[in-house]
Design a protein around this ligand. Structure first.
Ligand code: SAH
Ligand code: SF4
Length: 393
C-alpha cells in the first residue's frame, strides 16, 4: 500500500481465517435494544433479559472479553447458550504499520474479503482514532485517494465498532478483569474521517456511535466523537438529533464553481444550502462549534480572496477552520500550497476571529494522512482521465 516509501515497521499478522457461516449472530455492533431482542430470541427469559443485556454488554465493551466462557458471573449453561447462538467477531487485521511519528495504520479485512483502514494518532495527552464508515466512497472528490476506489460497500455497525475495539486491543487498553481500574485512555477521541461518507451510511454509523458512547462500555462521550461529512445536507439535522456528536464539514472552496469541481456533491447541495443546514446544527446538537475542513491546494482555493470569502460565508456560525495541507498520493491532480501561502490564509481567518489551526500531516511515511487511505488490493484505480472527466480538470 505504500507506493511512496517503505514503512518503518510492518507486522504482517496471519490470523486464522474465520470459519464459514456459522449461523451465529455477532454481538459486536448490536444496540442495547437489538441485543435484548436477540437474547430473547435465543431463549433468555423476559424477566432476566434486562440484567443479561447489562452483563453481556459489560463483558464485551467494558472488559473487552471475546470468549463467553470467560463471562464468569453468568451460569455455565447460560454461557453455553450464548456460545451456541452468538459470536464476538471483529474485522481481521491484515497489516499494521507504525510510522516514525507513532501513528499506526491498520489494514482490516471484513466479510466478503473487502478491506478498510483505520488510523491511530497519538498526541500529547490524547489519542485519536480515525475510523472508516464505508469500503471506498461513492463520492469522487477530486483530491481524495479514497474517492478513486471503485468498489464500495457500507460497513455494518459491527465493523465500525470493531475498529475501535481492535485499536484498543493493539494498544492494550482494556482493563484487567477484576482490577476495576480503567487506566489511561489511549483512544480518547474518535473521528469519522477515514474511508467513506458516514452520512451515506447513516443508520449503521449512528448505531455504532451509540454503542461506543454507551456509559457502561467504551464510554466515549459525544463531544469526543467528530463526524466529517462532505455535505449530505438532508442528514445533518438527523446527525444532531440522533447522534449529537461534533460535526466537521469538508468545505474546501468558497465559490460553487470551485466546490463543484473539488467536492462534486456540491452540485446537489450547494454552498448556500449547506450553510443553511449548518446554522441550525449547534443548537440542535447542543455542541459548541463546527469544524470547517479546508484542504490547501496550490493555485486552486488558497488565495487571500478565498480566505476573505470564507470568513464572510460562515459569519454567524460558531466555527473553527482546520486547514489541511494537501496530502499527496500517486497520480493526484493537485499540489500542496506553499507553507507561506497556508500561513497567510490562516492569518486572515484568524484575524476575523476564528481559530485556524494548520493540521500537521501525521503518518505520511505510511500513507496514513487524511485522504490517503485506500485499500491495498483495490488496484482498480480510476485513471486520471476518468477523474478529469468527472471533475472538469
Ligand atoms: N467523507 C468524509 C470523511 C472522510 S475524509 C468527508 O469527506 O468529510 C476526511 C477529510 O480529509 C475530509 O475533509 C477530506 O476532504 C479530507 N481529505 C481528503 N483527501 C485529502 C488529501 N489528499 N489531503 C488532505 N485532506 C484530504
Ligand atoms: Fe468520499 Fe470524503 Fe473522499 Fe470525498 S473526501 S471522496 S466524500 S471520503
Amino acid at each position: 500500500m505504500t507506493e511512496a516509501s517503505a514503512p518503518i515497521t510492518q507486522d504482517v499478522l496471519t490470523l486464522p481465517r474465520k470459519l464459514p457461516q456459522t449461523g451465529r449472530t455477532n454481538i459486536v455492533g448490536l444496540t442495547r435494544e437489538q441485543l435484548r431482542a436477540a437474547l430473547v430470541a435465543a431463549g433468555t427469559p423476559e424477566r432476566q433479559v434486562k440484567m443479561r443485556v447489562g452483563q453481556v454488554w459489560q463483558w464485551v465493551y467494558h472488559w473487552g472479553v471475546r470468549d463467553f466462557a470467560a463471562m464468569t458471573n453468568l451460569a455455565k449453561d447460560y454461557r453455553a447458550l450464548l456460545a451456541e447462538h452468538f459470536s464476538i467477531d471483529l474485522p481481521e487485521v491484515v497489516t499494521r504499520q507504525v510510522s516514525a511519528d507513532g501513528t499506526r495504520k491498520y489494514l482490516l479485512r471484513i466479510a466478503g474479503g473487502h478491506e478498510v483502514e483505520a488510523v491511530y494518532i497519538p498526541e500529547e495527552g490524547r489519542g485519536t482514532l480515525c475510523i472508516s464508515s464505508q469500503v471506498g466512497c461513492t463520492l469522487t472528490c477530486s483530491f481524495c485517494h479514497t474517492g478513486t476506489q471503485k468498489l464500495v460497500r457500507n460497513l455494518t455497525a459491527g465493523e465500525i465498532v470493531g475498529q475501535v475495539m481492535l485499536a484498543r486491543d493493539d494498544l492494550g487498553e482494556w482493563p484487567e478483569p477484576g482490577t476495576g481500574s480503567g487506566g489511561d485512555r489511549l483512544v480518547s477521541n474518535i473521528v469519522l474521517m477515514g474511508m467513506g461518507e458516514p452520512l451515506y451510511n447513516f443508520d449503521n454509523v449512528r448505531d455504532a456511535m451509540r454503542v461506543v458512547m454507551d456509559g457502561e462500555g467504551i464510554a466515549l462521550g459525544r463531544r469526543r466523537i467528530t463526524l466529517s461529512t462532505s455535505g449530505v445536507v438532508p442528514e445533518i439535522a438527523r446527525t444532531a438529533e440522533e447522534i449529537g456528536c461534533q460535526l466537521a464539514i469538508s468545505f474546501h472552496a468558497t465559490t460553487d464553481e470551485v466546490r463543484d469541481r473539488l467536492v462534486p456533491i456540491n452540485k446537489k447541495w450547494n454552498i448556500a444550502t449547506l450553510l443553511g443546514a449548518l446554522r441550525d446544527y449547534p443548537k440542535l446538537s447542543n455542541s459548541e462549534r463546527i469544524t470547517f475542513e479546508y484542504v490547501m491546494l496550490k493555485g486552486v482555493n488558497d488565495s487571500d480572496a478565498d480566505a476573505r470569502r470564507l470568513v464572510r460565508l460562515i459569519a454567524g456560525i460558531p466555527a473553527k477552520i482546520n486547514l489541511i495541507p494537501f496530502n499527496e498520493w500517486p497520480g493526484a491532480p493537485y499540489e500542496r500550497s506553499d507553507w507561506e501561502r497556508i500561513e497567510a490564509f490562516a492569518d486572515i481567518v484568524y484575524n476575523a476571529g476564528y481559530a485556524s489551526p494548520i493540521r500537521t500531516p501525521r503518518g505520511e511515511d505510511i500513507m496514513a494522512a487524511c485522504g490517503q487511505l485506500k485499500s491495498a488490493t483495490e488496484r482498480a484505480r480510476k485513471s486520471r482521465a476518468d477523474i478529469a472527466a468527472e471533475t472538469g480538470h
